[in-house]
Design a protein around this ligand. Sequence first.
Ligand SMILES: Cc1cc2nc3c(=O)[nH]c(=O)nc-3n(C[C@H](O)[C@H](O)[C@H](O)COP(=O)(O)OP(=O)(O)OC[C@H]3O[C@@H](n4cnc5c(N)ncnc54)[C@H](O)[C@@H]3O)c2cc1C
Length: 567
Amino acid sequence: MSNKEIPKGPIAEDKAVDILIIGSGTGMAAALAAHERGLNSLIIEKTALVGGSTARSGGAFWIPANPVLKESGSKDTLAKAEKYLEAITGDAPKEPWHAFLKHGAASVELLRKKTPLKLFWAKGYSDYHPEEPGGDPMGRTCEARAFDINRLGEESKRLRPAPMNAPVPMPVTGYDYKWMNLMFSKPLKAFPIVFKAMGKGMGGMLIGKRMTAGGEALAAGLFAGVKEAEVPVWTNTSLVELIKEDDRITGAVVEQDGKKVIITATKGVVLAAGGFDHNLAKRQEYQSPSLVENSSLGSEENMGDGIFNPMEKLNAATAYMNESWWFPAVAPVKKGEMPQVMLAERSLPGGFIVNSQGKRFINEAVDYMSFGQHLLKREKEGEAIKEMWLIFDQKYRNSYILAGTVMPKMALPKEWYENGIAHQAESVEELAEKTGLPKEAFAATFDRFNEMAAKGKDEDFHRGENAYDNYYGDPNVKPNPNLRPLKEDKLYAVKMVLADLGTCGGLVVDEYARVMTKDDKVIDGLYAIGNNAANLFGRVYPGAGGTIAQGLVGGYIAANHIADTQN
Ligand SMILES: Cc1cc2nc3c(=O)[nH]c(=O)nc-3n(C[C@H](O)[C@H](O)[C@H](O)COP(=O)(O)OP(=O)(O)OC[C@H]3O[C@@H](n4cnc5c(N)ncnc54)[C@H](O)[C@@H]3O)c2cc1C
């Protein structure tokens, strides 16, 4: 849809509300919780579209011991989840993540009450650190079932679309994707899922439905709830400045199409404006000078307005600004374009990753945040991994989806070859020549990998030794679903880059999601949630959905604290 076809939404004017919410991703959850408590709110959104990165995402959320898990037979408990977070969150202050655990179940209950979403457990989607105490190999990740965007009526035109769409209408959840990816090795499991998704998509179309899944479904469901609660969402409306009176935040100056208006928030302001994903200057300053334009897959206007404004004007404290939800990806086809999503590719048997010296450097199947942290650590230590290539054979190409769009057996896109992000060769030597990898070292890596893969044991990096590695492996490959020797018939190399799903450093908040100053005082009336706040889990991604969960539960906590203290 061109920008011209997107409805403009309500016209901004001076207004008084109970709660002003800045940002329409997980910020919508705060509006729903406020409505439940009898408070009115207004959401402002900088872009023309509602949903932020949340709508672009996989839509998974990681909320331990929630009612959906319980009803589906998960054995998770709060005590077990606490043990897990205790083990992995390092120096992160405990109160905020304790509050996250405490209010998680109620947040999910509220979502079910206030939105038309149907939620399910992505059973088997292991926590990212299942080997740690309290880690759950069956996972705590939930998702929304396929959702009909047309339920939003005219407002569906203001919903941010998913970044990737299947060639035929077909709502694919993250859980579906795991199995679709194995359509040639587990056809009996995969094809019913594929046909069901196609049936929902195409069958739905015939009866006037537009079915979607993942983050687009989650955002659509939240938006439907917000619409039902009659919470206005002003798009094209940006936070300019927070207003402080008598040591309390009482509203904000916001701008729509060049016109500034004043919103008085009598009870509180919730910052839900996402991270600073596309603020390259700040990212280079805080994270790494090697980061480049468009390396983030996050929403395009996430510039950190909700972080830097309070930091500079209100002395707000920040934490983990050098972190992101790192995400290794297929390199952009052309300079300046976005990287292409890869999820299972690193874990699947018949492939491995090398650096510019032709050497493996990591357990390729590790979770994406840890992968990125490893790269940046190496860079800091003066051993930067300057180039990464995913190496695989024809059998791998014939078996699995690549970059979300290249189906098994399909040739890699011509422009990948033309732009040097893919090479194909008949031998190890030829592949080394084409990629510029040192021949001897690459051949040694190839042989060593094959030798270990044949035994099913990665003695160098322990790939395939935990439930998370195995989740994205191929269960047909034994003894290790993540390892198979490559055949030297037709080989491929695809260039990878370090991308991210957004930044995760932000404002320091307390257990009520209230923003704190650098001298550890509460800023009255100001709350921050989602990527606008510092990662509640420190430097760690606990499991699939660990970021959206923080926004959903954070919104619940903030709105309820406002209701409890200001009513
Ligand atoms: C491809 C992809 C897949 C992902 N998959 C998952 C997943 O499955 N599970 C998971 O947990 N996480 C996932 N993530 C990460 C997740 O999407 C984000 O971390 C999360 O959605 C952030 O939510 P948020 O509400 O903080 O920010 P957002 O959803 O980005 O919302 C912030 C909104 O604020 C608006 N805004 C910015 N500045 C202003 C301003 N000055 N005034 C008004 N509005 C403003 C933005 O335009 C944006 O719409 C994924 C991300 C991507 C890109």
